[in-house]
Design a protein around this ligand. Structure first.
Ligand SMILES: *[C@@H]1O[C@H](CO)[C@@H](O)[C@H](O)[C@H]1NC(C)=O
Length: 580
């Protein structure tokens, strides 16, 4: 009873957070247009942001309006809208007008000087269109200036706002005791831009050069064809040879066979379907991997269809929603794998499965949040959002995972392996160093990484700098190519491992594919030192925290894809060989 009430409460919470802004973007003549201020932060790190009013800016004469309702996604991204108090009316041009004054005390002077020194920018929103402005400028003799005049040029098309330009003018030197008067002016212009196209000017086709994208896709695609050809050729030839050899063995009599040289993957038929080590954790990882893959592909598709990147935070809200809604996927595949491995403690497995990803994400968030609170950054996640996330995990993700687990255990939990598992594990023979699982794992990620690293540059740059990522079609192609390459490489790895009569292929195939993320993380380290100008504890922790999260997610995705490919492969080769 209580839990069902809480469930309804959560749904309500969710609808409030996700429902968001009901603005219809239609304005009548002289209707009020609200200018929202959002954040300030250093230019070199888009993700390090503080509240606009954490700098001693002053707000305009307009009475403050109630706090803006954020969506959950916005709150998680650190969007923190406050009304600026600057009066603007639709089509009402305003010539230069002062809107407030700040007397520079020692403390305020210090804050502004710090902001100017660190190239702070502030961000505002007008009718959901983002506007950026620079706080100040450093003069020739290292004196600091602040811009005091904001010139808004707003383009309208019919009753809708389609374009906003902000120019910062009139710099004033920062001096102790000075009184700084902030002014603004607004001019309205008829514009031919269509309302649907008003975000186009924020997209940067010069940066996201389609030529480079096509080139890299073409490259990766060639690699895919090459790999698929190579894998099928090697396997066809080798397997045919192996089968021929095994068949010949059969024709020999027992005496001969005892002396014969049986070797290779067939030898481990009694062990290859032995449950993997740490079955609970392994099946939870695979379940989560299926889940992450489904969420990634659905969110990319939804973004392509809905152009989600034009709305603040809607990508994250959608991601959370899709994640919660597709939880049964996690339970189904994790639970059925665990059942096939003969696992009995399925409730424990389900709990690990359901909370693995949320726990890692929230753990990292908690760590970053801790630093963000210390620095008073707007990135600190509000308490309400934390409660909402916890509610979603407990009352949506958990029950749906339970449903999935029960279904998975009952529908595909039967171990229908082609070979029986021997009672006693076979000893693993000595082998050459390059056949060791650790080496295979380390090498496995190179090719998959090679197929994605160009796209990584674009994704990193749009996350950490002022670019809006919008080429999601390319991203989808890259993800598909990554999946194919990963599967091919992992199958080859698994073949080598089994041929060396090492049957521990489950973890090896997972980790060999997942090691892609190790290379991505190394690339992230390179990117940090050579492509960004970040500095300080906050930015460093923030960067490496989020990159670790990203890499882990990618690793679980690749690992699962690799494992799925290998398990098909293993099942296939052992179901065609005759076991005596
Ligand atoms: C904003 O600036 C761009 C580029 O300078 C210009 O093309 C556009 O017309 C301006 N918009 C308005 C409303 O003035």
């Amino acid at each position: 009873m209580i839990s069902s009430n809480l469930f309804v409460l959560c749904l309500l919470l969710l609808s409030v957070f996700v429902g968001g802004d009901e603005h219809n973007h239609i304005y009548e003549e002289n209707e009020e247009v609200v200018l929202w201020v959002n954040t300030v932060g250093p230019y070199h790190n888009r993700q390090e942001t503080y509240l606009y009013f954490s700098l001693p800016f002053c707000s305009g004469p307009k009475e403050t309006i109630s706090h803006y309702h954020e969506t959950l996604g916005e709150a998680l991204q650190g969007v923190e809208l406050e009304p600026s108090g600057i009066p603007i009316d639709f089509k009402g041009s305003i010539s230069t007008t002062p809107y407030c004054e700040v007397g520079l005390s020692e403390e305020k002077l210090k804050a502004f000087t710090y902001a100017v020194k660190n190239h702070y920018w502030y961000q505002m929103y007008l009718d959901d269109l983002p506007i950026w402005g620079v706080v100040g400028e450093i003069g020739e003799n290292n004196e600091h200036y602040i811009y005091t005049h904001k010139k808004f040029e707003i383009g309208f098309n019919g009753k809708q706002i389609v374009d906003v330009n902000l120019t910062s003018e009139n710099k004033v030197k920062l001096e102790n005791g000075a009184v700084i008067s902030f002014t603004y002016e607004v001019s309205w212009k008829n514009s031919a831009v269509k309302f649907e196209d008003r975000f186009d000017k924020y997209l940067d086709p010069n940066f996201f050069q389609h030529r480079i994208h096509w080139f890299s896709i073409f490259n990766s695609f060639m690699m895919v064809i090459f790999l698929v050809g190579l894998v099928s050729m090697i396997l066809m030839r080798t397997l045919r040879k192996d089968y021929a050899r095994y068949n010949k063995d059969e024709e020999m009599d027992d005496m001969e066979r005892d002396l014969g040289d049986e070797y290779g993957w067939k030898q481990v038929h009694g062990d290859v379907f032995r449950p993997s080590a740490h079955a609970t954790f392994f099946s939870a990882l695979i379940g989560s991997g299926y889940h992450i893959t489904v969420v990634t592909i659905s969110v990319i598709l939804l973004t392509i269809v809905g152009e989600l990147y034009t709305e603040r935070g809607s990508l994250i809200s959608t991601g959370i929603f899709v994640y919660a809604a597709t939880s049964p996927v996690n339970g189904y595949f994790g639970g059925s794998l665990y059942a096939r491995m003969g696992g009995k403690r399925w409730i424990r497995q389900m709990l690990v499965s359901a909370f693995l990803v949320p726990a890692v994400v929230c753990g990292t968030e908690f760590f970053i949040n801790f630093i963000a609170i210390y620095y008073h950054a707007s990135r600190a996640i509000p308490f309400g959002s934390m409660v909402a996330i916890t509610c979603i995990c407990l009352f949506i993700v958990l029950p749906l995972t339970l449903v999935g687990t029960v279904l998975g255990r009952n529908l595909s939990g039967q171990p229908d392996y082609p070979c029986r598992v021997n009672a006693v594990p076979r000893p693993i023979p000595e082998k050459k160093w390059f056949m060791e699982p650790a080496v295979i794992v380390a090498l496995g990620g190179i090719l998959p990484f090679g197929s994605i690293f160009i796209e990584m540059y674009f994704i990193f740059t749009s996350f950490w700098a002022y670019k809006i990522y919008y080429v999601y079609g390319f991203m989808l192609l890259v993800v598909l190519i990554l999946i194919v390459v990963t599967v091919c490489v992992t199958i080859v790895c698994t073949y080598f491992l089994l041929n060396a009569e090492d049957y521990r292929w489950q973890w090896t195939s997972f980790l060999a594919a997942a090691s892609t993320s190790g290379y991505v993380y190394m690339y992230a380290i390179y990117y940090f030192f050579f492509k960004t100008k970040m500095y300080g504890l906050f930015q460093t922790a923030f960067y490496f925290g989020y990159m670790a999260l990203f890499s882990l997610g990618l690793g679980v995705l690749c690992g699962t894809v690799g494992y799925i490919g290998s398990s098909f492969f293993v099942r296939k080769i052992y179901s065609t060989v005759k076991i005596d």
